[in-house]
Design a protein around this ligand. Structure first.
Ligand code: PLP
Length: 412
């Protein structure tokens, strides 16, 4: 089958813009006129050093990243950051409060889906502090088991003096997002930045706020970016091939973790140490060069289209169309959206197909229609259509046409 006949709606790794792939195929043969391909050249070459700088610079431009924050490139993905966040931030906390007992080092986790839950489990596994679950997105669901919304902010239980506060902006598996799609007057649930307590060790800051942006990075502006101590994202959903992890980290988080370990903190593996990565300009070890290269091409491509404001506008239009079709299916008794209005992800639309054998019929017809990657995550089932940056409005129109056709066929 030709790629022009396919609509790739996979949750990640996901599609990339065609002009970028064509350009990247040239770079595989000859990177920047060196006569050597991007996967063959030294990461210490001047050409690659320039690429690293250009990538950080274009990210700064796209997201208005202030000089208070470093931009780092590394490997290990989102899951690597589940561990790195805990180790680095508890090391910082140890340096500031050497005499506290571990049970007084509290890590606040806002659990709104499977990924933030995994991150909280990793924090608990690593120890060195205790995990406080600020809120659990399952609490308001009918059976108490599904992550289907961001719980009302007045029910959250933030600690007074947390070592850090952690949340996941977009839950890829469950389709729950802060400031999500809303079709009613009820509006969307925003992240409550106003509730963050001051940093106990430095009143010029708020308690360190950490966000996993793996599946919504660059899909729209990051609200209150400057209030975050750390934001990270894997490249593989919205901006490039897998392998690259992007970290935006406030400079006061770059601490001497070796000194912290001498005071009793857990040692931080060197390749996970933010200060080491920053000091080496993300070249402490060989970075994911091909992924960085393609990500730079993608970011340049998006800049020619109008940058993040353009992406935000188109992504909102895409989600609106798909949720409207899901709603039509709901009215016809064919679909059921998994997530409540106001928390519905712009990136991952998750719903169920109702009726005996209907999901299998949906998947088979989607396959024939050229739609790929629409099966829900294995842990939750159902259907998930992911509408990342590379999915065009035209492709979304094809999806919507397919959904309407399916509703008609099922509803009779
Ligand atoms: N966080 C979120 C929101 C994700 O969607 C994913 C992966 O899909 C991860 C973390 C884990 O990322 P990785 O597979 O890069 O380790």
């Amino acid at each position: 089958m030709d790629r022009s006949q396919i609509v790739n709606l996979a949750a990640g790794p996901s599609g990339l813009p065609l002009p970028v792939l064509l350009e990247a195929s040239q770079g595989l043969l000859n990177f920047e006129g060196t006569g050597i391909g991007i996967t063959e050249i030294s990461h210490r070459s001047p050409e690659f050093a320039k690429l690293t700088k250009d990538l950080a610079a274009i990210l700064r431009q796209h997201l208005n990243i202030p000089e208070t924050h470093e931009v780092l490139f590394t490997q290990g993905g989102g899951c690597g950051q589940f561990s790195a966040v805990v180790l680095n931030l508890l090391a910082r906390h140890r340096l500031r409060f050497p005499d506290l007992k571990d049970e007084d080092r509290v890590m606040d986790y806002v659990v709104t889906g499977s990924w933030s839950e995994k991150a909280a489990l990793e924090a608990r596994r690593l120890g060195g502090g205790v995990v406080n679950i600020v809120t659990d997105g399952r609490s308001g669901s009918a059976n108490g088991k599904n992550f289907d919304s961001i719980p009302p902010v007045d029910t959250w239980r933030l600690s007074e003096r947390p070592a850090f506060i952690y949340y996941c902006e977009n839950e890829t598996v469950d389709g729950v997002e802060f400031d999500g799609h809303s079709s009613t007057e009820q509006g969307a649930t925003q992240f409550p930045f106003h509730l963050i307590p001051p940093d106990p060790s430095d009143p010029t800051f708020l308690a360190p706020l950490v966000a996993d942006y793996s599946s919504s990075f660059l899909s729209r502006p990051i609200p209150q970016l400057e209030r975050h101590a750390l934001i990270y994202a894997g490249a593989q959903k919205n901006i490039g091939p897998s392998g690259l992890t992007i970290i935006i980290v406030r400079k006061d988080l770059l601490v001497d973790t070796v000194a912290a370990a001498k005071l009793g903190a857990a040692p931080v593996p060197t390749t996970f140490d933010y200060a080491v990565l920053a000091k080496a300009g993300s070249l402490y070890h060989t970075p994911p060069m091909f992924s960085m290269y393609v990500s730079l091409l993608v970011l340049r491509h998006f800049a020619t289209l109008g940058g993040v404001p353009y992406l935000a506008k188109v992504n909102a239009q895409k989600a609106k169309k798909v949720y409207a079709a899901v709603k039509e299916g709901e009215a016809a008794g064919v679909f059921r959206p998994r997530v409540k209005d106001g928390s519905q992800s712009f990136m991952n639309v998750v719903f169920e197909v109702l009726g005996e054998g209907a999901e299998a019929r949906f998947l088979a017809s989607a396959q024939s229609a050229g739609l790929r990657g629409v099966k829900g995550h294995r842990s939750v089932g159902g259907i998930r259509t992911s509408l990342y940056n590379a999915v065009t409005l035209e492709q979304v129109d094809l999806l919507v046409e397919f959904l309407r056709g399916f509703i008609k066929a099922e509803a009779g």
